[in-house]
Ligand binder design. Sequence first.
Ligand SMILES: Cc1cc2nc3c(=O)[nH]c(=O)nc-3n(C[C@H](O)[C@H](O)[C@H](O)COP(=O)(O)O)c2cc1C
Length: 200
Amino acid sequence: MELFTAIKERRAVKHYNPSASVSESDFSQIMNAVLLSPTSYNIQHWRFVRVTDGIVRRKIQEAAWEQTQVTEAAELIVLCADTQAWQKDPQRYWANTPEDVQAMMLPMLASFYTGKAQLQRDEAMRSCGMAAQTLMLSAKALGYDTCPMIGFDSEQLAQLINLPEGYIISMIITLGKAEKAANKRAGQLPLEELLVTNRF
Ligand SMILES: Cc1cc2nc3c(=O)[nH]c(=O)nc-3n(C[C@H](O)[C@H](O)[C@H](O)COP(=O)(O)O)c2cc1C
């Protein structure tokens, strides 16, 4: 599917065909596309939890105000990030670059993130947002539907997926085939209201 068609056709789909699956090759193609999304300093701190266990899915649904797409969709992916990835063996983020580049990047990275908890968290959310859009557009391009979701109790979900210390959850995304198309777009604001030239 052409990119602009995928952008127009991607919608937050709430009702899925419970018997439709996502082939392993499509799932892998989507997730490998996700990994090409950009991250600051290329730290790739996103971590993805693919929830295949039906019992856990049901518990996540309970933690997500019983939203039906959580169990109806073929796949459920929790987008998380390791806020401390910037200090975990960081040279591998530039493994293909010359040594002098690595020597320059390492201290830059450390001084950028050290002691800045809010920035570490913001960065995680930014990166997961990038990953989410790649996931949803790649899925659409292959004929699947998705729904990004924040309607859940984060602490309950963290327990259910055994979220490690220092990690945060950004959102969950359902992936599958629509049973019922999304409603008409709720109301798009005009570009003139949203695009400012040079300054507010
Ligand atoms: C971060 C985020 C969280 C969302 N959380 C939920 C959710 O919990 N449940 C839901 O049904 N839709 C959720 N949505 C879907 C939005 O309602 C939807 O994207 C928006 O209304 C625009 O519709 P569209 O995506 O079909 O264009 C979420 C969307 C985003 C981006």
